[in-house]
Design a protein around this ligand. Structure first.
Ligand code: FEO
Length: 170
């Protein structure tokens, strides 16, 4: 049995990760509408990764004999008005998710739940990578995005992103 608060926070995190998937699908949809299929591809794959994150937590709870409670997924709430605005909304969202993971880690630490802390280590590292990726996207857009040729090249680069399953196996 996990601690009640830890279990509840993990349950909520499933919902947050599925929301993240939904949000990035919305980003992908925005870029499809702009004709920037590379950016659309990048966020489509990001949505797949977020679903994976949710499934890892779902499986972890089940493996620990905890009841999983699935709640409604909120409508994506970011206003998508410009390419750079979308990228910045992505970074802001990842920083928020990092804070959520840290909160769960802190709750596990409080009750000496070392198993959950070890499980969350992967997420702590993943969040570092996700924030770096979001920052890199913004930097590249600042450098090249205002020039049509630069934007074309950046879009082509992002089109090359391929999905790979998470390295964490439960
Ligand atoms: Fe699952 Fe992007 O955090």
């Amino acid at each position: 049995m996990l601690d009640k608060k830890v279990s509840e926070l993990l349950n909520q995190q499933i919902n947050k990760e599925l929301y993240s998937a939904y949000l990035y699908l919305d980003f992908s949809n925005y870029f499809e509408g702009r004709g920037l299929n590379g950016f659309a591809n990048w966020y489509y794959i990001q949505a797949q990764e977020e679903r994976d994150h949710a499934m890892l937590i779902y499986r972890y709870l089940q493996n620990n004999n905890e009841t999983v409670t699935l709640e409604a997924i909120a409508k994506p709430d970011k206003v998508l008005e410009s390419d750079m605005g979308v990228l910045k909304a992505g970074l802001e969202h990842e920083q928020y998710v990092t804070s959520l993971i840290n909160d769960i880690y802190a709750a596990a630490y409080d009750v000496k739940d070392f198993r959950t802390m070890q499980f969350l280590d992967w997420f702590v590292k993943e969040q570092g990578e996700e924030e770096t990726n979001a920052n890199d996207m913004i930097s590249k857009m600042e450098l090249f995005g205002s020039d049509p040729k630069g934007l074309y090249m950046l879009n082509s680069e992002l089109a090359g992103r391929v999905y790979s399953a998470p390295s964490l196996v439960l």
